[in-house]
Write a protein that binds this ligand. Structure first.
Ligand code: CA
Length: 209
C-alpha cells in the first residue's frame, strides 16, 4: 500500500512446504522363524507415497540404499536381523525402522539305522525257544521313526515294533524265536524304518534234535 492508499495488485507470494513428518516403513513379505536356506528376500515399502528411498541393513552392517525386493545372500547359520528405513524427499528418516529377525539353519537332518548288532546262540534244540539281543543304532542326526525288526529263517517269521530311536541312540530289542525246524541255516534280522532306511544282519544257527 502506498501513501495514496493503493494496494499492490500483485502481492509477493512464496509457496513452500514444511515437511517434518518422517515416513513409516512396512515389510510386505519375507521370512520369519527358521529357514533352511542361506538367502532371504524381503519386499517392503515406505509410506506415505512421497518416500524417496528405503535403506536396508543386515545385522551389524551399515544402512545402504535398497530396492524392494531385496535378497540377502550368503547368510551363515544363526540368527539374523534386517532393518528397513524409509526416507522422504526432505531427508526425514523413519526413526523406527521396520525390523525382522529370522534364523538360518542349513543343517541337513537325516535319520539312519545302519548299525545293527545281533547276539545270541549259534546252536539250539528243535522245538525250543532261543533269545536274541538286537542292538539297533540310529547313527543319524534326526529321530528314526516307525522302526521295525523282522526276523526270518527256516520256520521262523516274526515282526517286532521298535518305534522311534533318537539321534545317536541305540535301542536294544530282545526277540524270542522258536526253532521249529532242524538243520543249519541263517536267520535274517531285518530292520526297517519310515525315514531311516533299512539294514539286515544274518546269523547262522544249527538246530538239532
Ligand atoms: Ca517405523
Amino acid at each position: 500500500m502506498d501513501i495514496a492508499g493503493n494496494i499492490d495488485p500483485t502481492p509477493a507470494i512464496r509457496t513452500f512446504t514444511i515437511d517434518t513428518g518422517p515416513p513409516e516403513t512396512l515389510i510386505d513379505s519375507g521370512p520369519s522363524g527358521t529357514i533352511n536356506v542361506s538367502s532371504a528376500t524381503f519386499s517392503f515399502h515406505g509410506t506415505p507415497g512421497d518416500t524417496a528411498k528405503v535403506q536396508c541393513r543386515i545385522d551389524s552392517g551399515p544402512f545402504v540404499d535398497c530396492v524392494s525386493s531385496q535378497t540377502f545372500a550368503g547368510l551363515v547359520d544363526g540368527s539374523h536381523t534386517v532393518k528397513f528405513r524409509a526416507e522422504d524427499a526432505a531427508g526425514n528418516q523413519d526413526p523406527t525402522p521396520a525390523t525382522r529377525t529370522f534364523t538360518v539353519d542349513t543343517t541337513v537332518y537325516k535319520a539312519s539305522v545302519k548299525t545293527v548288532r545281533v547276539s545270541g546262540p549259534a546252536k539250539a534244540r528243535k522245538g525250543k525257544k532261543v533269545t536274541y539281543k538286537v542292538k539297533i543304532t540310529n547313527v543319524g542326526n534326526a529321530t528314526a521313526t516307525g522302526v521295525k525288526l523282522k526276523v526270518k529263517g527256516r520256520g521262523i517269521n516274526s515282526s517286532t515294533s521298535v518305534g522311534t530311536i533318537s539321534a545317536g541312540k541305540t535301542s536294544t530289542v530282545g526277540v524270542k524265536v522258536k526253532c521249529k525246524k532242524q538243520g543249519e541255516f541263517k536267520i535274517t534280522f531285518n530292520v526297517t524304518s519310515k525315514n531311516a532306511g533299512s539294514t539286515a544282519v544274518e546269523k547262522a544257527i544249527k538246530v538239532t534234535k
